[in-house]
Design a protein around this ligand. Structure first.
Ligand code: B16
Ligand code: MG
Length: 235
């Protein structure tokens, strides 16, 4: 059975949850892999989701069997990728906010639930500004203010502190394995948005916010929030 107890704060990952920037990360990493002479598949890219920029580069290089680079060369590759990524971000508009997100946020806030962003991205301020959704969050914690990347719980704990909520009263919304793990380590409940098998550690999984919305809006997490694949891990 999934828990039905209410939560007082909602903490959202950004990339892949609020806005579909995950596809731009993938395009930019794939372009870098191409320049380095190897291919990079969408399934290999799953491992990079939610992971910091430099850790992502390490995973990419490992997948291409590239070794022996100096820290300076790695910095240069990461910033090359980031420039391409930022070019793609230029095309973002409020229309890129994922379906169901805005009404879900409005509903939570109308019920007095506090909201925060917990993102590994150092581009989070730029993205929030481009899609014009910053005002929907009481706090933003991103890659500029954390020392340890997901799956470390730091980003989530910092968001909870800023919202004045105890971790057990927070619900996290995540699309990445590393993020789901980080939220669990923070002692929070977590909804996985995406592939139910990849996010199997989440307390519930849905494929999109449109599907998630009624679950929370009706306040029936226990009745409607059962995972689609496998069995719920909640007690
Ligand atoms: P940046 P999230 C994460 O954002 C992305 O999922 C991950 O792919 C990226 O490497 C990381 O941010 C760092 O992003 O290069 O923009 O600083 O999912 O935690 O919102
Ligand atoms: Mg994400």
């Amino acid at each position: 059975m999934l828990r039905t107890q209410p939560f007082e704060a909602a903490i959202f990952d950004l990339d892949g949850v609020i806005v579909d920037t995950a596809k731009y990360h993938y395009q930019a990493w794939r372009r870098l892999a191409g320049e380095l002479g190897f291919g990079f598949s969408e399934s290999a890219n799953e491992q990079l989701k939610g992971v910091s920029r430099m850790d992502s580069l390490e995973l990419l290089l490992r997948s291409g069997g590239v070794t022996g680079l100096t820290p300076e060369q790695k910095e240069e590759l990461a910033s090359r990728k980031n420039e391409w990524y930022k070019e793609l971000l230029e095309t973002l508009t409020p229309g890129d906010v994922l379906p169901g997100v805005s009404s879900f946020l409005s509903h939570l806030r109308s019920k007095g639930i506090r909201t925060a962003i917990a993102s590994a991205s150092r581009n989070a301020p730029l993205i929030l500004e481009k899609v014009k959704i910053r005002a929907m969050f009481d706090a933003v914690v991103d890659g500029n203010s954390i020392a340890k990347a997901k799956p470390d719980p730091e980003v989530f704990l910092q968001a909870a502190r800023l919202l004045g909520a105890a971790p057990e009263n927070c619900y996290v919304f995540e699309d990445a394995e590393a993020g789901v793990e980080g939220a669990i380590r923070a002692g929070m409940r977590v909804a996985g948005i995406g592939d139910g098998q990849l996010l199997a550690r989440a307390h519930l999984t849905v494929t999109s916010f449109e599907q998630l919305e009624p679950v929370f809006l009706l306040g029936q997490i226990g009745a409607a929030g059962r995972r689609e694949e496998g069995s719920g891990r909640d007690e």
